[in-house]
Design a protein around this ligand. Structure first.
Ligand SMILES: O=C(O)C(=O)C[C@]1(C(=O)O)C=C[C@@H](O)C=C1
Length: 389
């Protein structure tokens, strides 16, 4: 799988994509151009005062190239020479063939477990690094990428709450899940031994998954955005007193030494990732499906019992239940004041159950739940990953 998967040479997508308000067609093409011109490099060179005229010239050339390549996107004000020209079928077929390789957003930098999960979920995809979870959601929403693959729970560390909140705030659909065995290593620069270490850097989930080992070693934990980012930092700054908890892949990429392998507290350390898309998939009954929903209830004795009974009475197995305090900023803005949206009950319940939305039992169960739930949304109905991680 490694050999067939190429990485995006662009620097991680960051929150600047908030300002991208282009139409999807143009954004897709602009992104292809960005692959050749790293975003950060372009920003920093044009902001430096020296060589300003050179930059202006480069910008002009860039704009001219854009006008030539994408005439349909510019009106006569932008391009004095011509009115927009319709797309030719050659341009369209080019786009289709180039676009056939799926671009998949993940959070972190190269070597993160999420990158491996993206590659497992979509073999031969182009994995696109994003700085934050929110950025990955937005990248899909704004058509910068085709899908996102994000962690949702780990067998040792539990739920990734941030992603539960983001699932509600954004309008993406869960179209699949993928489970990945997480095997952590303790990494350090060459020449550094375990006894030299005072501190260790990693993602908070990874630090939590290695709690016993790190406590035994007496290392101070420092949380960073992702495991591979920790490895990169240790290597880049040539730290001699700090190690990183990350994957073997990260060790190879950043040229670090592996001081210890499999340092997670339990050998069965598995993270479940969700595959997200702009459109839902059509649920089937040809293979085992799972459905994820979120709902809220009125306050009162036995309300949750009553809600869960709609599944039990139809012999539907629940695989996960998560309750999250209702946060104003986690609400999907357009529905904020929609009738029936929870105003008083302070919790949202996220439930995964083993049935497809094409299954009559699931439809009846949700119809029943809707009769008394104050809010309900189906987050996705998708094939279950029942294979070995
Ligand atoms: O830091 C990484 O490498 C990630 O991919 C993130 C992440 C997470 O968020 O849980 C993914 C899998 C592991 O459980 C540890 C960290």
């Amino acid at each position: 799988m490694e050999a067939t998967t190429s990485r995006s040479p662009i620097t991680p997508l960051h929150s600047q994509i908030k300002n991208t308000n282009l139409n999807p067609f143009f954004t897709l093409k602009l992104l292809k151009r960005r692959r050749k011109i790293p975003l950060h490099a372009r920003c920093s060179s044009s902001s430096s005062s020296s060589g300003k005229s050179n930059n202006q010239k480069t910008d002009a050339i860039e704009l001219q190239k854009l006008i030539e390549d994408y005439p349909y996107e510019f009106n006569s004000k932008d391009s004095p020479s011509s009115l927009p020209r319709p797309l030719t079928s050659a341009q369209l077929s080019n786009l289709t063939s180039e676009g056939s390789r799926l671009r998949v957003a993940y959070q972190g930098v190269r070597g993160a477990y999420s990158e491996s999960a993206a590659e497992k979920a979509y073999p031969n995809c182009e994995a696109v690094p994003c700085e934050q979870f929110d950025t990955a959601f937005e990248a899909v929403e704004k058509w910068l990428v085709d899908r996102a693959v994000l962690p949702i729970e780990n067998s040792l560390g539990g739920s990734i709450h941030r992603n539960y909140d983001l699932l509600l705030r954004h309008r993406l659909h869960i179209v699949g899940e993928v489970k990945l065995a997480i095997r952590h290593c303790l990494l350090a620069n060459h020449g550094v031994e375990v006894k030299d270490l005072n501190r260790v850097l990693s993602h908070p989930q990874a630090l939590a998954q290695c709690e016993n080992t790190l406590t035994k070693l007496g290392l101070v934990r420092e949380a960073v955005d992702d495991t591979a980012g920790a490895a990169k930092h240790v290597a880049f700054h040539k730290l001699m007193d700090a190690g990183a908890v990350a994957s073997m892949t990260a060790a190879k990429i950043y040229g670090l030494n592996i001081l210890a392998q499999d340092i997670q507290d339990d050998s069965d350390n598995v993270t479940r990732f969700l595959m997200l898309d702009r459109e839902p998939i059509i649920p089937g009954i040809d293979k085992p499906f799972k459905t994820s929903i979120v709902f809220s209830l009125d306050e009162g004795p036995g309300m949750l019992f009553k809600a869960l009974a709609v599944f039990a009475m139809r012999n539907i197995n629940l695989t996960k239940i998560e309750s999250r305090p209702l946060q104003k900023q986690a609400l999907p803005t357009p529905d904020d004041n929609a009738p029936g949206f929870p105003k008083y009950f302070p919790y949202l319940f996220y439930v995964d159950f083993e049935a497809s939305m094409a299954d009559e039992r699931a439809q009846n169960a949700l119809g029943h739940l809707k009769e008394f739930a104050t809010f309900m949304r189906v987050l996705g109905s998708y094939p279950a990953d029942n294979g070995l991680p």
